[in-house]
Design a protein around this ligand. Structure first.
Ligand SMILES: Cc1cc2nc3c(=O)[nH]c(=O)nc-3n(C[C@H](O)[C@H](O)[C@H](O)COP(=O)(O)OP(=O)(O)OC[C@H]3O[C@@H](n4cnc5c(N)ncnc54)[C@H](O)[C@@H]3O)c2cc1C
Ligand code: SF4
Ligand code: SF4
Length: 174
């Protein structure tokens, strides 16, 4: 298996045969339980490292902006635009996914449905966030017509897009 840590393979495995295991370099890597694996090949098919996109498919639009609220900007790592976008999604009764510390100071992706809890997502945490099964959760919400704002590192978002396998008008990523 490849080493990119996006968790798309873990989320797509129909047998829950893949777990992300912390290795000595401080990063989590996928491990397959061979007793559970049925060799369906879905994990290899979804992996963005094994199936890289062409460069012309990856050109983003670029904007420069910042949050006028100084308190929120000070709580953020850059200009606080994440909070502005996330608040807009919450106003539309949408769900925001992002990286938060848990009680053991590990970083994991969680979902937030109210403005107060956005404080847990604000600010960069400089360690790998565990996606857990949030791709599956996001897919369920999208299928149910909810607006979803999924935030993370570029490789995590690439993993999510690959996992979803189709585009959704109600999905926003950053
Ligand atoms: C791990 C990491 C390293 C970065 N390194 C640089 C850098 O070297 N140079 C640079 O110019 N910018 C870097 N950035 C980007 C920058 O710091 C801000 O995160 C970004 O510009 C957003 O800023 P904000 O003020 O809008 O939101 P903020 O409130 O600062 O950020 C919150 C957002 O970051 C996400 N996030 C926080 N930690 C993680 C994590 N560990 N994994 C995935 N998502 C996370 C949250 O889910 C949320 O969406 C990095 C970001 C991260 C997450
Ligand atoms: S081949 Fe299929 S069952 Fe085996 S680990 Fe990959 S996704 Fe899971
Ligand atoms: S899908 Fe993501 S976590 Fe799984 S092997 Fe590929 S890059 Fe690594």
């Amino acid at each position: 298996m490849n080493v990119h840590g996006c968790c798309a393979c873990q989320n797509i495995c129909p047998k829950n045969a893949i777990s992300m295991v912390l290795e000595s370099d401080g990063f989590k890597y996928p491990h397959i339980n061979k007793e559970k694996c049925i060799n369906c090949g879905l994990c290899r098919k979804v992996c963005p490292v094994l199936n890289p996109k062409k460069e012309e498919e990856c050109l983003p639009d670029t904007y420069a902006c910042m949050n006028k609220n100084e308190k929120i900007r000070m709580e953020s790592s850059s200009g606080g635009v994440f909070s502005l976008a996330a608040e807009n999604i919450i106003d539309k009764k949408g769900i925001v996914f992002g990286a938060a510390f848990n009680q053991n100071l590990e970083v994991q992706h969680i979902k937030v449905d109210n403005k107060d809890d956005l404080k847990y997502l604000r600010g960069s945490k400089y360690i790998q966030s565990d996606i857990l099964y949030t791709f599956k959760e996001a897919k369920q919400l999208l299928e149910n017509g909810k607006i979803v704002f999924f935030t993370g590192t570029p490789c995590q978002i690439e993993g999510l897009i690959s996992f979803l396998g189709k585009s959704y008008d109600n999905l926003y990523t950053r």
